[in-house]
Every structure is written in C-alpha cells, then in structure tokens.
Design a binder for this molecule. Structure first.
Ligand SMILES: [Zn+2]
Ligand SMILES: [Zn+2]
Length: 360
C-alpha cells in the first residue's frame, strides 16, 4: 500500500482520531474548545518544498486544513462551540506520536475572606511526618492539621470542581496572630485541570463557612478571568489598607507625644528595611511605603489604639516598634521609647477593588 509522503495517510485515520477525542473529552464539562495539531517538522518542511516547487500560494496548509476538519466534526458531534481565544478545553493532537492530549483551562474564582480568629496562618504547612507525600497522620492529604486559610478554602474548590489542584492567590497576607475583618481580604482561587466547570459557587461558600465554623468566612465568590488574578497581585502592593494597632508604650505617654506621632506619620513615606523576622524568606532591601493617615484612642496611660491607613506592603508591626531602626520613622522612634505590639487587626483592604476590576 502507498503512504502519502505529506500526511502519512493522516486523513485515513481521521475517524479513529475523532473517536478517541470524543471518548477522552466525555470526562470533562465544557462549553467551548479548540484544537491544536502538532505536526512533525519534517512534514512541514516537505509541505514547504512542495509549495515552493509548484509555486502554490493559496489554500490551507495541512495543519490548518486538518484543524478545521477536526473542529467542525467535534463541534457537530458534541454541540460545543469552537473558541480559539479562551476555550474551556484545548484538544491537542500530536501527529508524530499519534497521541491526544486534553488540557482543560484553569478556572478563576474571586472572593474575599474574613479571618475572625487569631492563630490561623494563611499558607498550609506540609505534614511533619510525610513532608507532603501523604500518610496516616495527615489522612493522606500531605498537609498539617493546623488550621490555615488555604486549608479551609482550597480542598473544597478541588473537590467541587473535581480538579487536580487549587491555588490561593491573595491580595497580601496577614501574620498568624493578625485578624482580617470587615471588608476581608481579596483573593482569587485558581482551579487547575478541573473535570467540572458548572459548579454553584454558593455551595462552595456555604461548605467552607460551615466547616470553618466562624473562624474564617468567605464571601462574594464569583467567576473571573485570569487577568483579575494578575491584577490583584500587582494592586496589593499599592492598594490602601487600614489597620487597628494596639500598642503598649514603655512609659506613660502624653497627648502631646501622641499628637506629635500623628503629625509626623500623616502622609509620610516610611523607609523600611526587610523586617528581621521575615529575612529568612524575603530579600534584604529597603522599601518605601506611604502612611496616609493616623488616628489614636488612648486606652490607658501607656496603652494606645492607632487606626492607620497606609499603602499595601507596609509592615505595620515594624512601624510600631521600629525593628532596631530598620523601619524609619516608627512610633517608637517618634515617642523615643520602646513600644510593644499588643494586637493588630486588618480592618479594611481596598474597599473599592470590585468597582476598579468591574466585578460585582
Ligand atoms: Zn496526504
Ligand atoms: Zn502526612
């Protein structure tokens, strides 16, 4: 039998290829798809040579012709639409290895979380016993049983979308001993390789909130595109955040001193070298961050509550105690005495963010 030098009889196989594709995509929920074809370079070379030799300038290439046929037939068989820009499913046919690869695109879900209880970290830690591979200690999850924002949120997404993995992209982070209330913190969950796409987000919200029993709360969940994830990461460095900071001064503090601190910190650029406590994971460098406004309420002779509105990325605990002058100015340096942080609450993060990103 003769084998075509160009397509290696690809078109005789097309029925089989389509059947295989239809079989493979039945496991995925999707509304749109596109087809990509990997053609070996030697075939593209032969095609080019033929085109040059016979001066062919019009007509589809082998690749685009084959692509069109596959798209048309798969669309007809499944009733799904072709979308080359933002498809739910990428169907890739590798001609050389006669292999079909299905790539479901990630799903992105925006929301905000509120953290009502101290002692919850943002990031999941790996299980101490198995370091992530899964063992009986961690119920084969690979993660520590210590409560975390990721630990409450991500498994529910993974399960509901029947996905390979889910990743939290939050607009900044709070320390384990800091709570985030009122507006909560914006985040996007990236759901990787989902089998399901038509999921009720309200169900996810309810399940997370029930499981967390008030310790954390998610709200405002909505489907977004990939750009929103990128944007909240960039914006978190600039967006305005408001903190409630309770501190204890070394000695009783006067109203004059407190007024002086407010006047010196209002609309002030703070020079902040990477805090000593995060040096192990962040590069040692100086960052410049704005404090926009400061208000205070004196609770006791040496205990004061500050409401601080500042630029995202400012380390507020260091703004209080100064971190051995690595943060300058600080409440401690302005008061000329040691300051101890009693508690820190994030009370507002970018309240206008949804409007800026055209979300609901
Ligand atoms: Zn051929
Ligand atoms: Zn384990």
């Amino acid at each position: 039998s003769k084998v075509c030098i160009l397509c290696k009889n690809l078109f005789f196989n097309i029925k089989k290829i389509i059947l295989n594709i239809i079989y493979k995509i039945q496991f995925y929920e999707f509304n749109t798809f596109c087809v990509g074809i990997k053609i070996p370079s030697d075939i593209i070379k032969i095609e080019d040579e033929i085109r040059t030799k016979y001066e062919i300038t019009s007509g589809d290439s082998l690749k685009s012709f084959f692509n069109k046929i596959l798209c048309r037939i798969i669309s007809k068989r499944t009733g799904k639409k072709v979308d080359f820009y933002n498809p739910d499913l990428k169907i890739i046919y590798d001609m050389k290895n006669d292999k079909i690869v299905i790539e479901p695109s990630s799903i992105y879900v925006y929301g905000r979380y509120i953290k009502n209880k101290r002692g919850i970290r943002q990031t999941r830690e790996y299980c101490d016993y198995c370091r992530g591979s899964g063992c009986s200690e961690c119920n084969y999850t690979g993660y520590s049983k210590e409560p975390s924002i990721e630990g409450y949120i991500l498994p529910v997404f993974k399960e509901k979308f029947n996905a390979e993995d889910s990743i939290l992209h939050a607009s900044g982070r709070e320390d384990i001993d800091v709570i985030t209330i009122n507006t909560g913190r914006p985040f996007v969950v990236e759901v990787r390789r989902p089998l399901k796409r038509n999921v009720e987000l309200k169900q996810i919200e309810d399940e997370i909130n029930k499981k967390a029993n008030g310790d954390i709360l998610v709200k405002n969940l909505q489907f977004v595109n990939r750009n929103v994830m990128k944007k909240i990461k960039v914006l978190s460095k600039y967006e305005e955040k408001t903190y409630l900071l309770k501190v204890k001064f070394e000695r009783p503090v006067t109203k004059q001193t407190l007024d002086f601190i407010v006047s010196q910190l209002t609309n002030r650029v703070i020079s902040q070298r990477t805090p000593t406590r995060v040096l192990y994971r962040r590069k040692d460098m100086v960052r410049y961050k704005m404090v926009y406004s400061v208000e205070y309420k004196q609770i006791d002779k040496n205990i004061v509550e500050f409401t601080i509105k500042c630029q995202g990325g400012l380390y507020v605990k260091e703004l209080a105690h100064g971190d051995n002058n690595r943060t300058n100015p600080s409440i401690a340096s302005l008061a000329n005495m040691n300051v101890e942080v009693l508690s820190l609450d994030v009370i507002s993060i970018s309240p206008e963010l949804e409007k800026k990103l055209n979300l609901s």
